[in-house]
Design a protein around this ligand. Structure first.
Ligand code: PPS
Length: 304
């Protein structure tokens, strides 16, 4: 195992941690992404790139691991060659001296798997120009809010989350990294009308990972033997990924992601929000949700 990308040279300078977000065209992002935006905007996609697009905490790592397994014909050992964030670089993540998705990708041979959390309107043009295939994975807003709250606490690139109540308020207002969940899921949903986008749901993947993986294979025009698909499903189960150091982010230094605060592979369930939302929070959330999602055909399952 090769280990951590450039997320290793860090102890000398922690000043990039817990800084407030900056806003780019109305979207809050890590300050360092905004600072280097010209590099992100001019990113050169290649026609055979596959883009994995998600709002944070929606199953990015899960679908990334599934795709790397598909690309490696179900060879789990090959998928342990390096950490998930090296195998599937986070395109727009630029933190000076620490991580640079753009330069990481420039050195990567094709075909590349690329991760992004950007809302659709901020995606670099070259993805559209090259007609790249895109897999979008969405997860219900309440579970995302809870998962994001724990992630804010352990992943120190984010500002301090405050209390759960304070964080939930920020989430609803879209004042969190990568902006409004509502705009993100709706924006990509609309785009799928005229672009090659496979739109998946975390809840569907939980319900029937085999069915959803078959959708992915069909979208990619690939055919794998059933025994290979079964291997992929085993390797990408929550239990397997939780103990796999190349999938569970344990290769990231503790100063950046403190898994003693909350593990990256936390629960991996649907409806954990029920353990966190008060009745009052839930009512307020629901009425605001209805307003924000009005007119959209997009439907989420908040429980199963
Ligand atoms: S990130 O940081 O935005 O890239 O995070 P992301 O990978 O999108 O989301 C992390 C949540 O996904 C859960 N997860 C899984 N659930 C089910 N099965 C598998 N294999 C799996 N892998 C990751 C992970 O546990 C986080 O959700 P929570 O609810 O916090 O447990």
């Amino acid at each position: 195992m090769e280990g951590t990308l450039s997320i290793s040279r860090m102890d000398d300078n922690e000043s990039f941690l817990r800084r407030k977000l900056e806003t780019l065209r109305g979207v809050p992002l890590f300050w360092s992404i905004v600072e280097k935006w010209a590099k992100v905007e001019s990113f050169q996609a290649r026609p055979d790139d596959l883009l994995i697009s998600t709002y944070p905490k929606s199953g990015t790592t899960w679908i990334s691991e599934i795709l790397d397994m598909i690309y490696n014909n179900g060879d789990a050992e090959k998928c342990k060659r390096d950490a998930i964030y090296v195998r599937v670089p986070f395109m727009e993540l630029i933190v000076p001296g620490i991580a640079n998705g753009i330069s990481q990708l420039a050195k990567m041979p094709s075909p590349r798997l690329i991760k992004t959390h950007l809302p659709v309107q901020l995606l670099p043009e070259s993805f559209w120009e090259n007609n790249c295939k895109i897999i979008y994975m969405a997860r219900n807003a309440k579970d995302v809010a809870v998962s994001y709250y724990y992630f804010y606490q352990m992943a120190k690139m984010h500002p301090e989350p405050g209390t759960w109540d304070e964080f939930l308020e920020k989430f609803v207002a879209g004042e969190v990294a990568f902006g409004s969940w509502y705009d993100h899921v709706k924006g990509w949903w609309e785009k799928k009308k005229d672009k090659p986008i496979l739109y998946l749901f975390y809840e569907d993947m939980k319900e029937d990972p085999k069915r959803e993986t078959q959708k992915v294979l069909q979208f990619l025009g690939k055919d794998l033997k059933e025994e290979v698909v079964d291997k992929i499903l085993h390797h990408t189960s929550f239990q397997e990924m939780q103990k796999n150091p190349t999938a569970n982010y344990r290769m990231v230094p503790k100063a950046h992601m403190d898994q003693s605060v909350s593990p990256f592979m936390r629960k991996g369930t649907v409806a954990d929000w029920k353990n966190h939302f008060t009745v009052a929070q839930n009512e307020a959330f629901d009425s605001d949700y209805e307003e924000k999602m009005k007119g959209s055909t997009l439907q989420f399952r908040m429980e199963m």
